[in-house]
Design a protein. Structure first.
Length: 301
């Protein structure tokens, strides 16, 4: 892979979602010349199908930066370093051999290599995570690490909240690392774990599991169960591992659901076809029968 200059000045920035915006702004504010921003294609949203730019593209245009959707344009931009933050596309060997790249990764490598490090850290019950500035190689997040910073995980924080905290820390770490100079990165040491993408099945609330595990699913966003054959999303909840639930797992008792260990108190839910609402308001509307259980009827995914 191409070797980066010790003190790069001209940056090709590759990023797409909201969490890649703060690092881009930090580079500009830090005095780096961002010669091109490579990002994902516009997405059509809403009933009228209006084209909506990625968060990174919107920020780049606001900053007056050149924008492209083709990674190859980084090679002809005159940049001396590519900076990758949640780009969402695989960079092939020919490009990595032609341009040195560093990546801002949202975990303490080699733990949680892959696409969903924030969510996987929460699901695993990790107490600490962090961010790394690393060299980009052809392998999945295998490159040496230039710098890292730890971030504690609040046991109640959502994935969105943790992602925001990591983004702020990572933006500062990225600029600080480039300003100190890119010496030889340190090889990753320790047990490797992989952060595969979260799919819909992963987010299903299996009431046989412990309440603390189910709360972690709620915290990463998109957790769901079923009631009378319709999907019910759970947006906010509180785990009570010390309580002994009544009846069978999945059984509703007020806002509390019996689980395999403890109870999960529902705080905010979203019935299928409706908007989010307080769990108490939802219960007042459905008036569940005694002994009613959630999750006893599956729906098509």
């Amino acid at each position: 892979m191409a070797e980066p200059p010790k003190y790069p000045r001209r940056i090709a920035y590759l990023g797409t979602p909201e969490m890649a915006v703060a690092p881009l702004r930090a580079l500009v504010e830090g005095g780096y010349e961002v010669v091109v921003v490579i990002t994902g294609e516009d997405k059509r949203r809403g009933r009228r199908g209006a084209a909506t730019p990625t968060p990174v593209k919107a920020a780049a245009l606001e900053l007056g930066l050149n924008v492209s959707h083709d990674p190859a344009d980084a090679l002809t931009s005159g940049a001396d370093l590519g900076v990758v933050v949640a780009f969402g596309q695989i960079l092939r060997r020919p490009m990595l051999e032609a341009m040195p790249m560093v990546n801002l990764h949202f975990s303490l490598l080699p733990r949680w290599r892959g696409a969903a490090p924030v969510e996987r850290a929460i699901l695993a019950g990790d107490e600490v995570t962090g961010v790394c500035v690393m060299a980009v190689e052809e392998g999945l997040d295998t490159g040496g690490v230039y710098a890292r910073t730890e971030v504690r995980i609040d046991p109640q924080s959502t994935a969105a909240e943790l992602r925001s905290a990591l983004t702020d820390v990572g933006a500062r770490l990225l600029v600080d690392t480039l300003q100190r100079g890119l010496d030889a990165p340190e090889p990753q040491v320790g047990s490797v774990t992989y952060a595969s993408k979260i799919n819909t099945d992963d987010l299903h609330l299996d009431w046989n599991r412990a309440a603390v595990d189910l709360l972690r699913l709620v915290r990463i966003g998109g957790a769901w169960t079923t009631r009378t054959g319709s999907r019910l999303k759970v947006h906010r909840a509180v785990a009570h591992p010390e309580r002994t639930g009544q009846g069978q797992v999945g059984e509703l008792h007020g806002t509390e659901v019996t689980t395999g260990a403890g109870t999960l108190e529902l705080a905010e839910v979203q019935p299928e076809g409706k908007g989010p609402m307080a769990a108490k308001a939802w219960l007042n509307g459905i008036r569940p029968v005694p002994g009613e259980r959630l999750g006893t009827q599956m729906v098509d995914r």
